[in-house]
Every structure is written in C-alpha cells, then in structure tokens.
Write a protein that binds this ligand. Sequence first.
Ligand SMILES: CC(C)(COP(=O)(O)OP(=O)(O)OC[C@H]1O[C@@H](n2cnc3c(N)ncnc32)[C@H](O)[C@@H]1OP(=O)(O)O)[C@@H](O)C(=O)NCCC(=O)NCCS
Length: 157
Amino acid sequence: MDSKRPSESSVETRYLLMPHQANPHGNAFGGVIMAWIDMVASMAAQRHCGREVVTLSVDSLIFKKPIYVGDHVVLKSSVNYVGNTSMEVGVKVIKEDPYSHEQIITTTSYLTFVSLDINKRPAVVIPISPETEEEKRRYKNAKLRVNIRKEILKKIE
Ligand SMILES: CC(C)(COP(=O)(O)OP(=O)(O)OC[C@H]1O[C@@H](n2cnc3c(N)ncnc32)[C@H](O)[C@@H]1OP(=O)(O)O)[C@@H](O)C(=O)NCCC(=O)NCCS
C-alpha cells in the first residue's frame, strides 16, 4: 500500500459529561476535553502510520462554545496532512443534546504527532491521499499551517 486515505484512519467516539469532569459552574473542565482530544487524535495517527506515536505539539485549541454536565460529547479526529515522520491531526468536538440530538461544534484542535520505530526514533510515515473535497481542503490548509509553523520557528530560533 503506497498511501492511505484519511477515512481509513479517522476515529469517532462519544462520552457523557459527568459532574466530576466539570468545574464548579457545571461547564466541562478544559483539561478533560484536552485529554480526550489528545487520545482521539493519537488513535487516528496510530491507525494511519501503524506504529507507536507521540504527541509533539498541540498547535491550536479553541473552545468556541461551552459543554455542560449531561451533554453527549462527540469527538471526531482525522489525519489532515503527513510530513516525513510527522502527521497533523484535526479534532472536532461536538456537543449533542441527549434528547433532541441537536449538535453544536464546541471545540476544534490541531495536533502534531511523530511516528516512532522500535528504537523510539522518528520513523517515516506512509503518505496520505485525500479524496473528497473536504479532505482536500483540510490537506491544503494543514500544509499551509505546517509551512507557517516552520517559518515562525526559523524566525524565532
Ligand atoms: C517527538 C520526538 C520523538 C521528535 O524528536 P526529534 O529529535 O525532534 O526528531 P526530528 O528532529 O527527527 O523531528 C521529527 C519530526 O518532528 C518535527 N518537529 C520536531 N520539532 C519540531 C518543532 N519544534 N516544531 C515543529 N515540528 C517539529 C520535525 O519537523 C519532523 O517532522 P517531519 O519528519 O515530518 O519533517 C521528541 O521530540 C520527543 O520524544 N518528544 C516527547 C514526546 C512526548 O513525550 N509527548 C508527550 C506524550 S505522548
């Protein structure tokens, strides 16, 4: 296999926000959502490269809308872009009303993972082949973000 489609490694999971996962006002505790994001993103990265992965960076994390105790929390992750040994994964967090099933996007995040070989050294990752218009848009935008991050690194180091 020379490449994989994003849909071959994408992950979707769902939680119910419980009281111990909220702050004193009943909103989701950000750290809980961040842990869920890291987990669902790492699974997509693992599924893409078929190896152990580590989180290199959380490049962007935006809490756009609150999540409350009792909401269903749906997390969707997919590999947007692949470098040589790294992968950018996008995560969308959606809250769903448990009764009406109304869905609202609450959080979006981009993370970078590095694939590791058995010696824990970065390993080359199989390329990604976006197929749908949405996958192609995500790939194009992720490539732009990766290049911008490289430019910033060059300027500040
Ligand atoms: C991830 C890790 C293995 C990378 O090691 P490294 O020596 O920097 O490896 P490399 O220099 O070969 O870089 C590997 C990839 O990461 C990218 N990278 C490394 N540092 C980066 C930075 N500061 N910003 C952006 N990208 C970076 C490189 O561009 C390369 O990507 P590419 O191969 O797709 O071009 C190492 O930093 C590490 O072990 N970090 C700790 C991970 C961890 O514990 N995470 C938390 C728990 S999972």
